[in-house]
Design a protein around this ligand. Sequence first.
Ligand code: 13P
Length: 215
Amino acid sequence: MSKKLIIGNWKMNGSISLLHDFSEILDKENFIIALPYPLIPFAKSINPNVKIAAQDCSIFRGKGAYTGEISADMLKEFGAEYVIVGHSERREFFNESGSIINKKVKNALLAELKIIYCVSENFENQIKNDLEGVDTNIIMAYEPISAIGTGITPSTDDVFAVTTRIKNLWDTKILYGGSVNSSNISDFLGIENVNGVLVGGASLKLDEVKSMLWD
Ligand code: 13P
């Protein structure tokens, strides 16, 4: 398979023992793993070449009296190279608005993290509000809400059409996410505009990830 990016987003899942099971593939060239915060330094200790994304970062910078928060600067120090910002689950369950996402994007850029910025069907408004004043290149992930965790994927024609519209607004690398697995990944990676995939549920299964990386 091509060297398009495969990003596994473990969300609020995984364990130390599952990470150990993944140790042999952690340093695959095109694989990035988005881990729960405490597993980040742990993954680095298992395999120093692993490429790690955090799943979110604080709206606050540096260090300070913000109980429970983890700043982008801390994530960088702990071993993350990327951070996911604006995932639809953060928007839905934590009421993340454009101004919150905008602060997170700017903090992540100041911390020199690479950003995986997620949009859904409402991408036009999201990009306008979330990326105000941002002029740096970021990786975008198009994740239609209707496809996340449902097993129902859009057609490749649909993904091509939407990603073309996204590219017209923001010309950058685009990932597709939503019910990607080892059986359908090649359909999505075959789309001209699509530079990689963001995988949720299937990224917790070692065999699935292996066959996505090796096919
Ligand atoms: P699923 O692959 O489980 O549909 O999740 C997609 C996703 O939200 C990845 O960030």
